[in-house]
Design a protein around this ligand. Structure first.
Ligand SMILES: [Zn+2]
Ligand SMILES: [Zn+2]
Length: 164
């Protein structure tokens, strides 16, 4: 089985987050391997925004063998956007995912959201772009509403691109 290597940044992940990651990776036939834990670095924090710079984290992670996903509980941004759920740098084999805005009192909803966004970023690592089908997990989500509207499901056209 193919492995998605998960780097935990900052606070350790909850069981529900790990379950979500496993479900998301499973869509592509990947198994989650929990890897090292890393400290949050002060240099990644934009003090004014109170958010962490996803690109700074990605630069720091560098190039990796296989597919890796750094997961953290803090809020992420990239220049030009108020926030991002995650980013992927396919040429480095690295994605970053924040569970900060996905959290909900309903743990099964939280797990589902983590699964969708983890699968979305892994899809990018595997070479998929954004999909126009709003139900497909590769559609771009700019809000929780959009995350909840799409499904933990890959449309025919995205499947075909991967030969699934
Ligand atoms: Zn995307
Ligand atoms: Zn699609």
């Amino acid at each position: 089985m193919k492995e998605l290597y998960v780097v935990q940044i900052g606070e350790p992940l909850d069981e529900v987050e790990v379950r979500g990651l496993r479900r998301g990776a499973g869509i592509f036939g990947y198994e989650v391997k929990l890897g090292e834990r890393m400290k949050l670095l002060e240099g990644w924090l934009d003090g004014l925004r109170g958010q962490y710079n996803a690109e700074a984290i990605a630069r720091w992670l560098g190039r990796r063998r296989g597919k890796s996903m750094a997961v953290l509980k803090r809020d992420l941004f990239v220049d030009g956007l108020n926030f991002v759920f995650g980013v992927a740098l396919p040429w480095k084999g690295v994605a970053i995912l924040s569970t900060y805005r996905l959290r909900d009192r309903d743990v099964s909803l939280f797990e589902e959201r983590v699964a969708k966004e983890a699968a979305h970023e892994l899809g990018h690592l595997l070479g998929l772009g954004h999909c126009a089908n709003r139900l497909c997990l590769m559609s771009f989500s700019n809000s929780l509403k959009e995350v909840d509207e799409k499904r933990l499901w890959l449309c025919e056209s995205c499947r075909a691109k991967l030969g699934l």
